[in-house]
Design a protein. Structure first.
Length: 470
């Protein structure tokens, strides 16, 4: 058995796999059938052409019997990894109980327990005057609900958002997106959306960086909100990610977030914080906004919320609760299995101190990657927080430029070499040049070390191939 398996057995992971996988259809045949029957909008199979047949914890096995370290994990959905016993037991108990599995927004004991656990996760001051709205089972639908709520509560219609942002693919959420590709479609997007510069220090939009860049960004927003000649009407909401995920794992500085909180409060703007990917211990605290010592007006949650199953909510200040019955609805907002798995997962996260564990494992991962940065000129920056880490891949520096150009082609080659090494990673950021790490929060120190060893081999192979073809 290879090194991964011996380490994983020590952490009770790969011992759960069947020793003799069942005979299955060749993965190439599966992928060919998928390409023939699924839409051209499919995305992940184009970059990660795998047919998966079994999964436990950090690891998945494909139809050829190869093991992979899954550092995509449903784009951050699987906080405890695949098929964790806590989540599986909660789902089985719900199935065996005879409780209804689908209840719209009618309450049940499962739902009551879930809301209790969710509110216990929130900062006490926020939870004490919060309301929760169950949404359709995606983060995008929760964003739509947040926009509706803010517009109804304020009587305004505009929205401020940020370059590099990602909030989903529905009509309103897509209008907030930074990436121009998906927005370049026939027909109009939601009107009255103002896209603002995000504090991306490595490529500062103001060409300043550091504290000066933070000051410039806040000054720009303040001018838009206070100048009667700014040409921009006061918005209903400002929607922001504390750490941009799809945008390239870019953490916002605490002082900038504190400035946003001050400005939105002063100007009556609803501060919507999108924690769909960062929520529930991913960044080393239960919520990423806690790093800055602020609280939102509306908190958008999904992904890890349902313990691996589809679920989304918004949690918001009671003073905003001015919408009418039925103002936001959805058939599958009563997903009892997701609530049961979510309750068990959230409880486990807190009981086992996985926020602190994610913080420590993230520090270990970033330390290893920073060492590689000193060895490989193509690594422009290593950044992130907790177990949400990005490596920006760059071309050789150009004289006179503050930051080298992003190298999406090399990043893609690294991703493909990682697959050959048995590691599943995703890309993001400008030009797809950021290699993103989203391993489950239960990952162990020895597994971090193996992960980086494999990443280094993939990186070295990709760089060598590029050098030969140059």
């Amino acid at each position: 058995m290879d090194k991964i398996e011996s380490i994983a057995e020590a952490t009770f992971t790969l011992e759960h796999f069947r020793r003799q996988p069942p005979r299955v259809l060749d993965s190439n045949a599966w992928l060919e059938r998928q390409s023939q029957r699924e839409s051209s909008a499919r995305s992940y199979p184009r970059r990660i052409p795998l047919a998966l047949v079994e999964a436990h914890g950090l690891y998945v096995r494909d139809s050829q019997g190869q093991f992979f370290m899954d550092c995509l994990g449903g784009a951050g959905t699987l906080a405890l990894g695949h098929n964790h016993s806590v989540a599986v037991a909660a789902m089985r108990q719900t199935l065996d109980s005879g409780l209804p599995l689908h209840t719209l927004d009618l309450t049940t004991p499962v739902k009551e327990a879930f809301v209790d656990e969710l509110f216990d996760c929130l900062p006490p001051a926020f939870a004490s005057q919060a309301r929760v709205q169950f949404c359709g089972p995606t983060g995008a639908d929760a964003i739509e609900a947040a926009l509706k709520l803010a517009k109804i509560a304020t009587g305004r219609k505009g929205v401020f958002t940020f370059s590099g942002g990602y909030h989903g693919m529905t009509h309103g959420a897509l209008s907030l997106m930074g990436n121009l590709g998906p927005k370049n479609l026939p027909g109009s997007l939601m009107a009255d959306v103002q896209v603002l510069p995000y504090p991306y220090d490595y490529r500062c939009p103001f060409g300043l960086g550091g504290e000066a860049g933070i000051d410039a960004g806040l000054s720009h927003i303040e001018q838009l909100l206070s100048d009667p000649e700014s040409g921009v009407l006061p918005p209903a909401a400002l929607v922001v990610e504390v750490i941009q995920g799809e945008g390239g794992v870019i953490p916002a500085p605490a002082r900038w977030l504190q400035g946003l909180r001050r400005l939105t409060r002063e100007h009556g703007v609803v501060l919507v914080i999108d924690e769909v990917q960062t929520g529930f211990a991913r960044t080393g605290d239960l919520f990423a906004f806690e790093h800055a010592g602020i609280e939102p007006d509306v908190l958008v949650l999904s992904k890890a919320l349902g313990g691996g199953l589809p679920l989304s909510v918004i949690v918001y200040r009671e003073a905003l609760d001015q919408w009418k019955p039925g103002a936001h609805a959805g058939t599958f907002r009563g997903n009892q299995m997701a609530m049961a798995a979510g309750t068990a997962t959230l409880r486990y996260l807190r009981q086992e101190g996985l926020a602190a564990h994610a913080r420590a494992m993230g520090q270990r991962l970033m330390a290893h990657l920073s060492e590689l940065q000193g060895q490989y000129r193509c690594i422009g920056q290593v950044r992130g927080r907790g177990l949400m880490v990005g490596v920006e891949i760059v071309a050789p520096p150009t004289l006179g430029k503050k930051a080298p150009a992003a190298d999406g082609a090399l990043a893609k080659a690294i991703q493909q070499q990682c697959l050959r090494e048995g590691v599943i990673l995703e890309l993001g950021g400008r030009h797809g040049a950021v290699v993103r790490f989203l391993p489950p929060l239960i990952i162990q120190p020895a597994e971090i070390d193996v992960l980086v060893e494999k990443f280094q081999r993939a990186l070295s192979s990709a760089v060598q191939v590029e050098s030969r073809s140059a």
